[in-house]
Design a protein around this ligand. Structure first.
Ligand code: ADP
Length: 575
């Protein structure tokens, strides 16, 4: 508890009290007053935050300690980029804001930028608290001085300056609310040293529900239902925006009742299991190019879906999105519905029930399904044949096939990199919602290790496997130490193809006799020794038949484990 000269002054002004009464009153006042560090910790606790990611440093070192005292787990990392990536990944995988990131000042805050950008581009909630030197000293050249409010204007949903201790509870509650409402995203708060050092009465404002959606347009629902019932070749696209209201039962009912084939975005995988008979991810382009109606749920038609170019211009598009400016983005719509996807689907299912006796085309699709099934089977078989080639060094596909055969269906997989990601998209199925991480909307390399650590912290009882290229691994490699120190037994598999994935293409850009390896690293780097040096379990693998035993030993060790796998640097890109 912080002692404050102010309290004594107030108490002593209350003339007429005896010295003993004055002392009593002062003590009482002090009991209710906390400093800024404790106010942050207590407010985060009331907001149901369970983890805080960051690196201790002035002026937030006492804040992290206060957080620990409140029973929230501080996760000390090696780089603030990892802190923000871990925090936003934990929030995504738990489906609400259960963690925040905290950074000291100056460069510690600029290091956090990449995670903030990832949260913004992925539409994931994140609250970052940054320390700020006293505003009275601004411009004097103080240590690690930075105006981060200016810096983060374009990268966040909201950025605020907290310069008084009593603002802390309301500022934090609002930050969480803004981060979670509508399309989720990042919020940054600059908290000054004066605010951290001062005193306030500990209280947390009541929060109204962050999810207050606009009314859903009933006419649009009716029109959407009619289009769905009369389409000959409808298709559904499922994206990672489904995470926030988790309408997986409604999605299943819709596609199964109307027998509509669906595809998912990379992180939408598992919204319905990949082995669902109506899942046509393997022939996405074919499906979308033949569709006469596409229903877009929690996904954007950005580069991931080639800006909608796979969908014929004659097809009708129904888009459901909580973010009004997203409606009609990149493609003209037949129907646009602003609202939460779960609420929209519930109304749509009711409306479909009402209209269904009038017309339902689902019976006339048998021939289309036969054709799609044939093509899907051929594609899957082609991928499988490629994945079984025993050539050494092994291909990325061979590695993924070997891992796939060993991991349980409830595993959470964080896949990071380029060629290894392409191989995993083909060969590694996903069976549960929000159980697959990729570099995401902005293709951020380096997310695999921090995402995997956050996933294991959020779900200690589920297996967590990080599969990362060696370039991507390097960005946050030191977080292996974090995993060991904090006893987070995720498994980190490195597809080590000596550098950038498409070595062949890159090397052709340089003269034949160019002396340096620019896009490739040294051969045979023993990355697993970073893990063993930190006290974890390490394995080196150069034959696919060794994968099973290496995984078994890794799991049996009970430690975080790193399996470094030699991959052919010149393997062709998985097609
Ligand atoms: P993907 O990469 O899987 O295609 P995106 O992140 O590009 O997914 O798109 C997700 C979309 O989902 C965003 O446009 C976002 O506004 C939207 N979204 C987020 N939450 C909801 C929700 N509760 N209801 C409807 N749409 C949502």
């Amino acid at each position: 508890m912080h002692t404050s000269a102010n309290h004594e002054q107030i108490a002593s002004r209350l003339s007429g009290l005896s010295p003993q009464q004055r002392q009593l009153l002062t003590q009482r006042l002090q009991k209710k007053m906390v400093n800024g560090h404790t106010a942050i910790a207590q407010t985060l606790k009331r907001l149901k935050v369970t983890h805080v990611y960051g690196i201790s440093g002035t002026p937030i070192d006492e804040t992290l300690a206060a957080i620990a005292q409140e029973g929230i787990r501080p996760i000390g990392v090696h780089d603030q980029q990892a802190a923000t990536l871990m925090s936003t990944a934990q929030n995504y995988i738990t489906g609400r804001l259960t963690s925040v990131a905290i950074c000291s000042a100056g460069p510690a805050i600029t290091n956090a930028t990449t995670g903030i950008l990832v949260a913004k581009d992925n539409g994931w909630p994140l609250v970052v608290l940054g320390g700020r030197r006293s505003l009275k000293m601004q411009g004097m050249g103080c240590f690690q001085d930075l105006d981060a409010v200016n810096l983060f204007q374009s990268l966040t949903k909201y950025v605020g300056l907290v310069d008084s201790t009593k603002q802390i509870p309301i500022a934090l509650a609002q930050a969480v609310q803004i981060a979670m409402s509508g399309r989720p995203g990042p919020v940054y708060l600059d908290i000054t040293e004066d605010a951290l050092k001062g005193d306030t009465i500990a209280s947390c404002p009541e929060l109204v529900s962050p999810q207050s959606f606009p009314g859903i347009d009933g006419d649009a629902i009716e029109q959407a239902a009619k289009l769905l019932l009369t389409a000959k070749h409808p298709a559904v696209i499922l994206g990672k925006g489904l995470r926030w209201s988790a309408p997986y039962a409604e999605v299943r009912q819709l596609v199964e009742d109307l027998q509509i084939p669906f595809v998912t975005s990379p992180m939408g995988r598992g919204s319905l299991p990949d082995d669902h008979p109506l899942c046509y991810n393997a022939v996405r382009s074919l499906l979308l190019s033949q569709a006469d109606l596409v229903l877009l749920l929690g996904a954007r038609l950005d580069w991931t879906f080639r800006y909608g170019a796979e969908i014929p211009a004659t097809a009708k598009l129904i888009q459901v999105d909580i973010h009004a400016p997203e409606i009609g983005h990149n493609i003209p719509l037949a129907v646009g519905i602003v609202g939460d996807v779960k609420q929209v689907l519930q109304q749509l299912l009711t409306q479909l029930d009402r209209q269904r006796p009038v017309s339902n085309c689902s019976g006339v699709r048998a021939e289309w399904f036969r054709q799609l099934d044939r093509q899907r089977q051929q594609t899957l078989m082609g991928w499988e044949i490629g994945a079984q080639a025993e050539k050494l060094p092994m291909s990325p596909q061979r590695l993924i096939a070997a891992i796939r055969d060993e991991i349980p269906k409830d595993a959470i997989c964080a896949i990071d990199g380029n060629v290894i990601l392409a191989a995993a998209q083909q060969l590694l199925p996903s069976y549960l919602p929000a159980s697959r991480f990729t570099p995401g909307t902005n293709g951020c390399m380096g997310v695999g290790v921090p995402f995997g650590i956050a996933a294991k912290l959020a779900y200690p009882d589920r297996p967590v496997i990080v599969i990362t290229g060696d370039l991507a691994f390097g960005f946050n490699a030191m977080e292996l130490e974090t995993a060991v120190r904090l006893k987070i037994p995720a498994i980190f598999i490195i597809a080590n193809n000596e550098g950038h994935g498409i070595a062949m293409r890159y090397s052709n850009l340089y003269p034949k006799d160019y002396p340096d390896r620019v896009t490739m690293f040294q051969p045979n780097i023993r990355y697993e020794q970073i893990m063993t040096a930190c006290g974890g379990h390490g394995e080196f693998v150069d034959h696919p038949h060794q994968i099973k035993a290496a995984l078994a030993r890794s799991i049996a060790s009970g430690l975080p484990a790193c399996i470094n796998v030699a991959i052919d640097p010149f393997a062709p890109y998985p097609q």
